[in-house]
Design a protein around this ligand. Sequence first.
Ligand code: C2E
Ligand code: CA
Ligand code: CA
Ligand code: CA
Length: 272
Amino acid sequence: AKSLGRNGFQFFDEELRDEIQTRARLGSELRGAIAGNGLTLHFQPLYSMPGNRLSACEALVRWHHPTQGMIPPDQFVGLAEENGLIHDLGEWVLRTACNEAADWPAQVKVAVNVSPIQLRNPRFIRIVEEALAQSGLPPERLEIEITENIFVQNSATNREILQKLGRIGCSIVLDDFGTGYSSLGYLRSFQFQKIKIDRSFVQELPERGAAGIIRAIISLAQSMDIPITAEGVETQDQWAHLNDLGCNQVQGFLLGRPQPADMIRQAILTHA
Ligand code: C2E
Ligand code: CA
Ligand code: CA
Ligand code: CA
């Protein structure tokens, strides 16, 4: 075991140095994974409500690490945002997701998560256009999911980029709604095509507080003509509550887990 140095600072320095080295190593391994074929996409189905048809799938990135096995995105997307790899990673995700979805029936859309950092790339619009052109996926079938954090800083440029994406024909979805910087002003500043209620609210259903918040979000969205998706639906009971509340689309382990491309193709054939 590591001994505590002559003073606490020395110990802290060592820990910090280890931490920095680990992150640097992980970063260069991630670079390799993006360039080679260390990443894959899983797809999770979204179902319309009412109707219960599979209407879209969300692409979720996975990293097959040679020694650590499958690493979930929560453990490397943040790192990629810090070291700039998010641009290459995000481009790979967009291309791969569009290529896959181009083979699905025309009524099934694909949702891709985009980090606010990616919007700062001057090439971003080009990257989206190229992913669409090369795959042959019609823009109307691509949904770009973006979290509330996008509104933390300079909304003017962000709004401009979102507008450009809209002009290409993609849908812009506000992800994880209710968790971040919940000023409602931004709902007026940009017309989203869809709002996703964060799973933290859904998972507290049927608790009354959560039900009240979800009801309020749905009525706000309805008054603005924006469809609502609920994510993280795990139980029949949650599903029934969301149905009663007038939710338009649901996603969660109850309906289907994120799964490899060949398995989602089977699900699409039976449920779309
Ligand atoms: P997210 O966009 O909110 O994606 C939904 C996450 O919730 C996924 O976790 C999914 O597996 C999980 N989930 C879905 N249904 C349920 C459920 O019923 N119960 C529970 N407990 N969890 C459920 P995942 O795949 O680990 O992704 C985590 C986050 O990583 C995503 O959250 C997203 O913010 C980010 N992410 C994933 N793929 C990408 C990507 O390609 N690009 C970027 N920028 N971020 C990504
Ligand atoms: Ca998402
Ligand atoms: Ca989400
Ligand atoms: Ca989330």
